[in-house]
Design a protein around this ligand. Structure first.
Ligand code: GCB
Length: 580
C-alpha cells in the first residue's frame, strides 16, 4: 500500500489533532489526542486498564475542490481492530493494530459535504489476534488448602470483571496510534509501485494502476536531476555509476522514481543496494555487515505507542550517538515515518510481524496461520521499497521445541511466502527464545539465525562466570550450523541511578559487566554477525512482580537519558565503526 503523498496530482489532509473520545458505552465524551494511545492521556485508572471498545469521533468535510477525484480515508494503524462509521453507518472495518488500511468515500460523502466520522477501537487480544493475549483464564486449581483456594477465588473474581492479559512483555497501548488522513487522487490512479535495484544500477520495476493509460517513469537523483527514464507497467531502467545506499557510516543515498499515469503522479524513493547471505556472512552491497544496535519499542511517555516525529528523530540521533547501525522492529511493524527516516539516516531495520506471545499455552497459534500470512503480506507490501529494511522477521519467540514438527509446519510456509512475496527477496528469520535448541527444527532453517538469550539474567541470575560458561557452550553448538547468527536480544534490568561497588543485579555496574561478559563470548565467534541488546530504552509493561515501573533493560531511561551501559556501547560500537 502506498504511503499518502501530497504532490501536483495528490492531496492529503491531516485529520490528526484532538478528537472526542468515549472510553466505553455510556461514559462521558472527553478529549483524546490523535495519533497517540489513549491509555496515558488521562489519570483515570480506567484509561490504563480498560478492556473493550472505545469511540473516537470528529467531523470531516471533503473540500469542494476535490470534485471529480477519488477520495478515501487512510488510517496508518488503529489498535487492535476497529470499525469506522460515517454518520453512524459502518463504512469499513479492520483487523490488526500495526498496519494501514484505506476506506474509499466514493458514494458515501460528496465533495463539499460534512459528516461525523466515528472510529470504534477494540483493544481486546486473544488467541485469534496478533499479538496474542488471553481473554479468559479457565485454569483454576482445586485444593483443600484454603490459602490456595483464596487465591483461586481471587482469580475468579478478576475474571468476572474481565481480564485481558497480554502474552507479551509490553504494555497493551491502544487507540488511534498512528496518523489519520483524508486523501485525494485522480480517479484513474497508481495503486502500487515496486522497485528491485541491483548495485550494477539495473533496476527492475512494476507499477499497478487502476484505469487505462500509459505509465512513465522518470528517475531523479538526490539533486533532482533526471538520470534514467522508462515506460510501461513493468520493465527495468539503468542508472549509470549509481550512488549506493550504504548503512552508516556510508552514505544512505536515495533516488526517486517519479511515476506518472494519466493525471496521477507518485514519487517513490528507493536506494540502490543489495542484500545477500554468503556462507556465514551477511552482505550489504557485497561487503560483510555486522549488526550492532539495540532493539526498540514504539514507546514514550504520554503518547504510549503513538507516532511522534520528535521522538523518532531523537531516537535515531541517539542511535548515531551510540554508533548503532540497526534495530529490529520488536515486536510489530512500526509507523511508516520511522522507515522513511531510517532510509535517510542509514539505519538498517529488521522488520517484524506482530506475532508475539505464541509461546503462551496449548493454543500456540496453529489456527492463526491464514491471518498471520495476511499480516506478513501486508507488512511486506507496505515496506518492500525501503532500502533500510534488510530482513523480514516472521515473529518473536514462539514455542518451537515442544512440538518441533508442528512448529516447522506452521512457520516454514510463512518463510516461503515471505520470499515469494518480497520483490527484493530479502533474507528471512524467526526470532528464537532460550529453548531446547537441539530439538528445534525451524530456527536453524532460517536464512539467518536470530536468538534471544538471557544467560546471567533470567537464568544463572547474577553469576556472570557461570553465564559465560553456559553461553560459550551454546555458541559452540551454533557454530556447527554454519549460519550467520545474531544475538537478537540480551539484557539486564537496570534502575538508572542504582549503583554498587559490587556489581549486583539491577545496578548500572551490573548491566555493564553483563554486556562485557556476553560481548566477549560473541567476539570469539566468526559466525556471529550481530549483537542487538535488549532494549534501547526502558519501556512500559503491564504491572507484575518482575517489572519495576515497566521493563528497565534500556540502555537509556524511558526519557532517553543514558545509563552507564549506553556509554559502554558507544565506545565499543564507535571502535567497530572505525574498523568497518
Ligand atoms: C524477551 C522478549 C521481550 C522481553 C524480554 C525481557 O525474550 O522477546 O519481549 O521484553 O525478553 O526483558 O524479558
Amino acid at each position: 500500500m502506498l504511503y499518502p503523498q501530497t504532490n501536483a496530482a495528490r492531496t492529503t489532509i491531516d485529520l490528526n489533532g484532538i478528537w472526542d473520545f468515549q472510553l466505553k458505552d455510556g461514559a462521558p465524551w472527553q478529549r483524546a489526542a490523535v495519533p497517540a494511545s489513549y491509555n496515558d492521556q488521562n489519570p483515570d485508572p480506567a484509561y490504563r486498564n480498560y478492556v473493550g471498545v472505545s469511540r473516537y469521533r470528529r467531523p470531516i468535510t471533503i473540500p469542494a475542490a476535490f470534485k471529480g477525484q477519488r477520495c478515501f480515508l487512510r488510517f496508518d494503524a488503529v489498535a487492535h481492530s476497529c470499525r469506522v462509521l460515517l454518520n453512524g453507518k459502518e463504512i469499513g472495518s479492520h483487523r490488526g493494530g500495526f498496519l494501514p488500511f484505506e476506506i474509499e468515500l466514493d458514494g458515501l460523502l460528496a465533495p463539499g459535504e460534512t459528516a461525523e466520522l466515528t472510529v470504534e477501537a477494540d483493544n481486546r487480544i486473544n488467541h485469534t489476534t496478533l499479538p496474542i493475549g488471553s481473554e479468559s483464564d479457565s485454569s483454576f486449581l482445586s485444593s483443600d488448602n484454603p490459602g490456595i483456594l483464596a487465591v483461586e477465588a481471587g482469580k475468579r473474581f478478576q475474571q468476572e470483571r474481565g481480564v485481558n492479559r497480554p502474552a507479551f512483555d509490553f504494555f497493551n497501548y491502544t487507540g488511534i496510534n498512528r496518523p489519520v488522513r483524508l486523501c485525494a487522487t485522480p480517479k484513474n490512479y497508481i495503486r502500487d509501485v515496486a522497485l528491485v535495484p541491483a548495485i550494477s544500477g539495473e533496476v527492475r520495476y512494476s507499477v499497478e494502476t487502476v484505469g487505462d493509460g500509459t505509465v512513465t517513469l522518470e528517475i531523479l537523483d538526490a539533486e533532482g536531476e533526471t538520470v534514467a527514464t522508462a515506460e510501461g507497467r513493468e520493465g527495468s531502467f539503468k542508472i549509470d555509476s549509481p550512488h549506493l545506499w550504504e548503512p552508516r557510516p556510508g552514505t544512505p543515498y536515495l533516488y526517486t522514481a517519479r511515476v506518472r499515469f494519466g493525471e496521477d503522479r507518485y514519487d517513490q524513493t528507493f536506494g540502490v543496494r543489495e542484500v545477500r547471505i554468503e556462507g556465514t556472512k551477511f552482505l550489504i552491497n557485497g561487503k560483510p555487515f555486522r549488526f550492532h544496535g539495540p532493539c526498540k519499542h514504539e514507546d514514550s511517555p504520554f503518547r504510549g505507542r503513538g507516532t511522534d516525529a520528535c521522538v523518532n528523530v531523537t531516537d535515531i540521533n541517539l542511535f548515531h550517538w551510540l554508533h548503532a547501525n540497526c534495530f529490529r522492529t520488536s515486536h510489530y511493524p512500526y509507523a511508516e515515518e520511522m522507515y522513511a527516516l531510517c532510509d535517510r539516516e542509514g539505519i538498517v531495520i529488521v522488520d517484524e510481524t506482530p506475532a508475539v506471545g505464541m509461546w503462551a499455552d496449548e493454543h500456540y497459534g496453529w489456527d492463526l496461520a491464514g491471518y498471520h500470512a495476511d499480516v506478513l503480506r501486508a507488512m511486506i507490501d507496505r515496506d518492500k521499497n525501503h532500502p533500510s529494511v534488510v530482513i523480514w522477521s516472521l515473529g518473536n519467540e514462539p514455542n518451537t521445541d515442544e512440538y518441533p514438527q508442528k512448529a516447522y509446519d506452521y512457520w516454514y510456509p510463512l518463510y516461503e511466502k515471505a520470499h515469494a512475496w518480497d520483490p527484493q527477496n530479502r533474507p528471512v528469520t524467526l526470532v528464537g527464545c532460550q529453548n531446547n535448541y537441539d530439538k528445534d527444527l525451524i530456527i536453524p532453517a532460517m536464512d539467518i539465525v536470530f536468538i534471544n538469550r538471557y544467560y546471567g539474567w533470567y537464568n544463572l541470575s547474577g553469576d556472570l562466570e557461570a553465564a559465560r560458561y553456559a553461553l560459550h557452550m551454546e555458541l559452540s553448538w551454533w557454530a556447527d550450523k554454519s549460519k550467520p547468527t545474531v544475538l537478537s536480544e540480551y539484557g539486564a534490568d537496570t534502575i538508572a541511578g542504582l549503583h554498587g561497588a559490587v556489581a549486583e543485579m539491577f545496578t548500572e555496574e551490573f548491566q555493564v559487566e553483563f554486556y562485557r561478559m556476553v560481548n566477549a563470548c560473541l567476539d570469539e565467534q566468526d559466525y556471529i554477525v550481530g549483537e542487538m541488546p535488549w532494549n534501547f530504552a526502558d519501556f512500559s509493561t503491564c504491572q507484575g512482580p518482575l517489572r519495576v515501573g515497566g521493563n528497565r533493560k534500556g540502555l537509556f531511561t524511558r526519557e532517553r537519558q543514558p545509563k552507564m551501559a549506553a556509554h559502554y556501547f558507544r565506545e565499543r560500537w564507535g571502535k567497530m565503526e572505525e574498523n568497518q
